[in-house]
Design a protein around this ligand. Sequence first.
Ligand code: CAA
Length: 259
Amino acid sequence: AEDSTFIQAERQGPVAIVRLDRPKALNALCDQLTRELSAVLDAVEADDSAGAVVLTGSEKAFAAGADIKEMQPKGFSDVFLEDFITSSWERAATLRKPIIAAVSGYALGGGAELAMMCDFIIAAESAKFGQPEISIGVLPGAGGTQRLARSAGKAKAMDMVLTGRTIDAWEAERIGLAARVVPTDSLMQAATEAATKIAGFSRPAVLMAKESVNRAFETPLAEGLRFERRMFHAAFATEGQSEGMAAFLDKRDAEYTHR
Ligand code: CAA
């Protein structure tokens, strides 16, 4: 990430902490920022020593959405031909390693959508979520209508997408958008602790678990259950299964090779 302008990446043990850093525009997701984010996530995915990611912003803003200044002059052929927005943003959604969104302040429009691409959201008490695209003549274009409807249900998705209303952290947790709410000054500690815990488990099991939960949103129940069972069986081919169960029986901590 040395050559990134708008992304700061650092490591805390096995956890990659990836910070959106474009304070002048409240981390608005301009083209350069999303390309840099995608490259940083590629590097984390390829790095065997990284077991989980925390994606965060500043205290004031996780991200205030797609960059309106960049979008305003675009026409249909521009956005259609470049497949705006999915092409550069979706890396967070396709990452195989777990990724937690640590959200403080504004997560609006594409910012909320980026947070929803992560596996789960830990919200600071200061967090504000919204899909205000309707107020600027468009609609969510990076999964907002779909992921919000799946996590929060039709009533809340329609309310937020059609009115553009912003909700606070507690409402976000109540509706299933955020997994937890924590005091704002302990956001990074809570997110890093969760990511460290995940990174400490057997990596094949973690990746299989993530992939299985994601199946729930893509397949009918019977297919999802079958997929889960086959993944469960596959876990018995990993070193983590024999070590994890042996450690339990020996009353000691497991030592995973992550293979
Ligand atoms: N794009 C570009 N610039 C943005 C931005 C955005 N989404 N959000 C904020 N900024 C810029 C502002 O233009 C301002 O820049 P200047 O200082 O150069 O004027 C700077 O960030 C600070 O913002 P404000 O002065 O507005 O700060 P505030 O505290 O008064 O208000 C806010 C904060 C309520 C978040 C307000 O900035 C805001 O409403 N932002 C836009 C939110 C929005 O509509 N997001 C959806 C974008 S569309 C989208 O995301 C499409 C999609 O689905 C993918």
